[in-house]
Design a protein around this ligand. Sequence first.
Ligand SMILES: [Mn+2]
Length: 433
Amino acid sequence: MAQAGIASETIEAANGAAARDLARDYAELGARLARRGVDIEALVGHAQRFAVALPSWGVGTGGTRFGRFPQPGEPRDVFEKLEDCAVVHQLTRATPAVSLHVPWDRPADPAALRRHAEALGLAFDAMNSNTFEDHTPGQLSYKFGSLTHVDAAVREQAIALNVECIELGRALGSKALTVWIGDGGNFPGQLHLRRAFERYVDSLRAIAAKLPADWLLFLEHKLCEPAFYSTVNQDWGTSYAAATAVGPQCRCLVDLGHHAPNVNLELIVARLIQLGKLGGFHFNDSKYGDDDLDAGSIKPFQLFLIFHELVSAEAEGVAGFAPAYLLDQSHNVTDPIESLIVSAVELQRGFVKAWLVDRAKLAECQAKNDALLALQTVKEAFETDVRPILAEARRRNGGAIDPLAVVRAAGWRASCAARRPAARRATAGGIVG
Ligand SMILES: [Mn+2]
């Protein structure tokens, strides 16, 4: 039976105590925005409909190759992972779906897992296939690659796992498969660079042939790691070429941490939108590489500028524009539930601020080549404190005005520690794509 989350009375009591201050802050912000010709109610509406999926692999404590430091009360299986995801959604009302990693979270009984999710008010987002490890004892199949391996038998094994993900996803109600592979070479000369890419496209075509008509296939690129010389799908251009070769159901997925330092991510996003191939996102943040830090923690202006591109596309009605949003982070020193709450709110903040951009004024600045005022127009939106809007949206949607305070005060983690003895602990975490 699904473990009920935080008691609704607890949330209501906390909201009751905070409601008066929120009403005052909301009214003040509404008046300020009205002077700019902005309707605060429209912004609350945008905040209320914002949604990002949670990664099943993100609710266990993460780690690095230097170690993992689990905390008491971690989820021990996919059923308990969903219970933690449900708490994030209960408080933020912004995370209604979960993305599974297979085989880490392969359900023995998909129908039972779907019932469990539905009882918790959750749905399933994109499936994720893992062919960067072997999970069969004694096998080392993927040491030299998976979908691009020189041995056809290994490629077939990797294709079969992706097809299994599609079948599991159908049973769960998912509509997409995300493929990230660690394939590549560690040394010059190790791989025939063009042949490896040809094998990648051929394998993807075999997977795409098994997709239901209403499904999408997302390709996730990454500059390096675990291969440190040449990665088969290393950048958005390669990903675009592969997605185009595979066909119309295939799109590119942008993981914010998977690029060379200083790359202009919002420009990549704009290009993929323009080319009709933006499939979705893995949101996180980074300082140096694929750091998998919490969204918005390091470069909030970059996050806002990405949402500016996304919201512009939505506002302009770009045909076929419907990217999938997923958090993909590793929580090594924080409580994963708390990090996911804060990260979901950070994304919602970027989304709402992007709707604040005065697009008519910006278009005018661009037409007049007024670079200075164009920047000021964008920054006026970025610098607006929209916290009362986000809190009001949560309140109206039945969530918590202050979700972080409520999850701490409710003692969710401590209650998990009491009913999840560590003996059965087997959850995966650590380095993921
Ligand atoms: Mn990712």
